[in-house]
Design a binder for this molecule. Structure first.
Ligand SMILES: [Fe+2]
Length: 482
């Protein structure tokens, strides 16, 4: 167990957060958000098609995979225990292996020893009261993956990282990274390639609410806390932007109701209150002068995720999937038309202004960019979007607004598409795109590999698990050493 808040929000992560769900879709995908049939170490996976020769590495995914414990389903997928899948691809040898493990947190082990729920909304009232008083909660590590200095971590917003054994995918345990992390470490760390570092934040709750800022250099220098920024209220803050010079936060008026979160009260939608009058606060922190913060408020809007951001003259460009307001948390996990669209926001620090322009009206989520351009200018973003039959994988040209689309079958659901370049010096859209796809018609999951230049032509390879993988939020492609 650990101390802190129990909130681990990741609403948009499951496809279709927002609008009213289609009934038939709900029936088709009813088995998607259920426990996987089994856990296992790396074992051969069936290859359909041909893995591109130059593609060698491992795709990691994380999401709330343990959704029923002690014969009781969690009230909401946010409560689910993290489960990490890993698929190793070797295009040269045409080999694929995969592993799947639930994160064995201290809290989950404690519950298993007790033989009953001890932390979730399914725990007895008295137990939850005791947890709240002792500031005890389960770190279910169910949101994303961090790879830093060859170490593998499962992340969730309201908690510290949980280290995993990269070779076995088994759980090592929670870590504060040698005292670096006071309370939480968000599930959205971002590389700034030009600075050879990863940046992240953690919201610290207490008498004051503040954002802790972290820098994790790729090599040599120790990780450090850059500073902190105080917030007026406890809020749900899920993602941010790191450019070559700045850390940027767009703090939506999504106030957390901490006492409800501490008591694990349901429904989850009541853990956050949309406080329209607060507006969205723009906070810009210079990485090299973290005390010189610029902050101002603009009209309210909400985002779960950013594609990236970069310096543009004296301005900062920030790409996000923007929602008019916080969409309903209780609908997370059900298929519906997305109501967030891809925007580019321009922040002018001198004028203290933010101007947001819709790039394309297509509903989308999980924007990803070429990882070589993280923190710098980019043209293309890859996302899961509304498609003809349900989900699509879509490439957005942020300069023209034009899209390239691959429509999935009606029985399929996509996860966040990950781009990887064909070669270190290849063009921005020259590479591969990988997505873990669930197929309700077979109740199995596979990794679809697309040639990024021919996305619309469909996967060049599919690598199949013989079981399904429950919905995942975020992941990472890690290339094999050359
Ligand atoms: Fe997320």
């Amino acid at each position: 167990m650990t101390t802190g808040t129990a909130m681990q929000p990741d609403g948009a992560a499951l496809p279709g957060t927002g609008s009213p769900p289609a009934a038939s879709s709900g029936a088709t995908f009813a088995r998607y958000a259920t426990n996987a049939e089994r856990e296992h170490g790396f074992e051969p996976l069936r290859i359909e098609g041909r893995i591109p020769e130059g593609l060698r590495g491992t795709m990691y995914r994380n999401g709330p995979g343990l959704l029923t414990t002690f014969n009781q389903p969690y009230e909401h997928s946010f409560e689910g225990d993290g489960a990490v899948s890993a698929v190793r691809l070797d295009g040269l040898e045409q080999r694929a292996t995969g592993a799947y493990h639930v994160v064995e947190s201290e809290g989950l082990r404690f519950e298993r020893d007790a033989g009953r729920p001890m932390f979730s909304s399914r725990a007895p009232w008295r137990t939850r009261m005791g947890n709240a008083l002792r500031r005890r909660f389960k770190n279910n590590a169910n949101t994303s993956i961090l790879v830093w200095r060859d170490r593998l971590f499962a992340l969730a917003d309201g908690a510290r990282p949980t280290e995993l054994d990269a070779g076995m995918l088994t759980t090592v345990g929670e870590t504060d990274l040698d005292g670096l992390i006071a309370q939480t470490f968000s599930a959205h760390p971002h590389d700034v390639v030009a600075r050879s570092s990863i940046y992240n934040f953690g919201v610290r709750f207490g008498r004051k609410t503040q954002i802790d800022l972290f820098e994790l250099p790729y090599k040599h220098r120790p990780a450090r806390r850059l500073g902190q920024v105080e917030l007026a209220h406890p809020v749900m803050l899920h993602d941010f932007v790191a450019t070559e010079r700045h850390l940027v936060f767009l703090v939506s008026p999504a106030r957390l109701v901490l006492w409800r979160a501490a008591l694990m009260l349901t429904p989850v939608s009541k853990l956050v209150r949309w406080s329209e009058q607060d507006g969205t606060e723009v906070i810009v922190v210079p990485i090299d002068a973290p005390r010189s913060v610029t902050r101002f408020r603009v009209d309210p809007f909400f985002q779960w995720h950013f594609a990236g951001g970069f310096e543009r003259g004296g301005e900062i460009a920030v790409d996000l999937v923007r929602y008019p307001r916080l969409n309903s948390l209780h609908q997370t996990g059900e298929r519906a038309a997305r109501c967030g669209t891809y925007h580019r926001a321009i922040i002018d620090l001198a004028r203290r202004s933010l101007t947001s322009t819709e790039v394309t009206p297509v509903g989308c989520e999980f924007p990803q960019i070429d990882p070589r351009r993280s923190g710098s200018a980019f043209r293309y973003a890859w996302c899961v979007a509304d498609g003809a039959a349900g989900d699509s994988i879509t490439r957005i040209d942020t300069e023209t607004g034009k899209t390239v689309v691959y429509d999935l079958a009606a029985s399929e659901r996509a996860s966040e598409p990950l781009f990887w370049p064909r070669a270190p010096d290849s063009g921005e859209s020259d590479g591969w795109v990988l997505s873990l796809i669930y197929d309700a018609s077979t109740h199995t999951s596979h990794v679809a590999v697309f040639d990024a230049n021919g996305l619309q032509d469909g996967p060049v390879a599919r690598v199949h698990f013989d079981h399904h993988v429950p919905p995942t939020f975020h992941g990472k492609w890690v290339p094999s050493p050359a």
